[in-house]
Design a protein around this ligand. Structure first.
Ligand SMILES: Cc1cc2nc3c(=O)[nH]c(=O)nc-3n(C[C@H](O)[C@H](O)[C@H](O)COP(=O)(O)OP(=O)(O)OC[C@H]3O[C@@H](n4cnc5c(N)ncnc54)[C@H](O)[C@@H]3O)c2cc1C
Length: 239
């Protein structure tokens, strides 16, 4: 990794946009946008008394996005860093940032497909960068996103995802709402994984991202359904 990627640098917030009741899109301007879809950055906040807190956030924007580097930060009640972005941060504020970071949870259009993406909650963020990268480059790699949220209002950029599924040949979306709507009470299960595999064919790449329990459960289901562990890449957000 180049030295300038691991060094902390100042980054100015260029835009803050609510995307769900709990998640805000935060854009940083003036960064070169050179990352691979799936990578993350680290943000560091410093209090007036010198106390520092740093956390990782996946990059949502496609590589090279002229509108700056976009993160999607979910405000967790009592969360040291996410609460700052939920309640305090304003356009023009500076924070410290380093990255992009991450060498295995990445996909580039030249990696081809089929690609199966499975995200829970804010775990969709790095997957969003991948499907945006696919669209930006005109890639025809088959891609299917299974996105699990508690209710539709919590789905990050639902309209963008649905429009892409409608307009971009080869990209399909399965939105699962576990606590409301037609799929209430259902979670990602073996039947859903097998249906996805029937639809997309033998995947060359599988990316699973979300909280610890979500990633563990989905990975086990994939292996049980016959997906080789070597093609499954995971990113755990904690929780
Ligand atoms: C590689 C990577 C990428 C990430 N990308 C994103 C992203 O794109 N968007 C995003 O919102 N978060 C992302 N996270 C999670 C993020 O780094 C922080 O953990 C999260 O914002 C909470 O930090 P905090 O300081 O607000 O809370 P803390 O003060 O650390 O914790 C507050 C409370 O929340 C609980 N908690 C911590 N993390 C989670 C979680 N993920 N889900 C539920 N409860 C949790 C803790 O157990 C604690 O009780 C990512 C994490 C990793 C490792």
């Amino acid at each position: 990794m180049a030295a300038d990627r691991v060094a902390w640098r100042k980054a100015r917030i260029g835009a803050i946009t609510p995307v769900t009741p709990r998640v805000k899109s935060v854009r940083f301007m003036g960064l070169d946008g050179a990352h691979r879809a799936g990578q993350h950055v680290e943000l560091r906040l410093t209090a007036p008394d010198g106390y520092q807190a740093q956390r990782s956030y996946s990059i949502a924007s496609a590589p090279g996005d002229a509108n700056g580097l976009e993160l999607m930060i979910e405000g967790l009640s009592g969360g040291e860093v996410s609460s700052y972005f939920a309640d305090v941060a304003e356009v023009g504020d500076e924070v410290e940032l380093r990255g992009p970071i991450g060498g295995s949870f990445v996909w580039s259009p030249e990696d081809g497909g089929p690609v199966l993406l499975i995200g829970g909650g804010s775990g969709v963020v790095p997957l969003l960068s991948m499907l945006r990268a696919r669209a930006e480059t005109g890639s025809e790699a088959p891609m299917l996103l299974i996105y699990s949220v508690r209710e539709a209002a919590e789905a990050i950029l639902r309209e963008e995802l649905e429009a892409r599924a409608r307009d971009e040949p080869g990209f399909d979306l399965t939105l699962l709402t576990t606590r409301a709507g037609a799929t209430a009470g259902r979670r990602i299960d073996r039947v859903m994984i097998e249906t996805a595999l029937d639809h997309i064919g033998k995947p060359r790449h599988v990316f699973v991202c979300g909280g610890n329990a979500f990633v563990g459960t989905v990975s086990d289901l994939l292996v049980d359904a016959g997906v080789k562990p070597g093609v499954i890449r995971t990113e755990r957000f904690g929780g």
